[in-house]
Design a binder for this molecule. Structure first.
Ligand SMILES: [Zn+2]
Ligand SMILES: [Zn+2]
Length: 149
């Protein structure tokens, strides 16, 4: 499934006359292969693991380019930039731990209902959304049981 996603994105870019560099394709593949939010260091490492050897500044530049083109999404999670592939239609949200900063995918989206409510109550036309839930993961709750109850 992820291979198909990347191929579809690559085709869209080619259709716009954009160049498909190894870094662009590589980063899309890295982000398509995980449900986790990744930071720049993790993306850099994953690229090397996949045999794509580019330097840090290329990774930064490419992430910028992909975000500007709405292909990936940059989230600031507790002060750190993290990235995920922007999947249109089929997508997931994340639960983010305030203590250990771990992220876990959450396979439910209330947006469709919310969109109807917004349309019913206002003249606003909703197009897109972001939703991250912050709290404490299971591990952190166990470790600090008394503090968070
Ligand atoms: Zn945690
Ligand atoms: Zn959603």
């Amino acid at each position: 499934m992820s291979g198909k996603t990347v191929q579809a994105i690559v085709n869209t870019l080619k259709g716009r006359g954009e160049k498909i560099t190894p870094a662009r394709k590589g980063i899309l593949e890295v982000l398509a292969s995980t449900d986790q939010l990744l930071n720049v260091a993790e993306i850099y490492e994953a690229l090397r693991t996949n045999g794509v050897f580019v330097n840090y500044s290329t990774v930064y530049r490419t992430l910028d380019y992909l975000s500007k083109n709405n292909l990936i999404e940059k989230l600031v999670v507790t002060g750190e930039n993290k990235y995920k592939l922007l999947k249109h239609r089929e997508h997931i949200h994340h639960l983010i731990c305030k203590k250990c900063h771990s992220t876990q995918p959450f396979d439910y989206c209330p947006y469709d209902d919310l969109k109807d409510i917004i349309k019913a109550k206002t003249n606003f036309l909703p197009l897109e959304h972001r939703l991250e839930i912050y709290g404490y993961c299971e591990e952190c709750q166990k470790k600090h049981n008394s503090n968070y109850k």
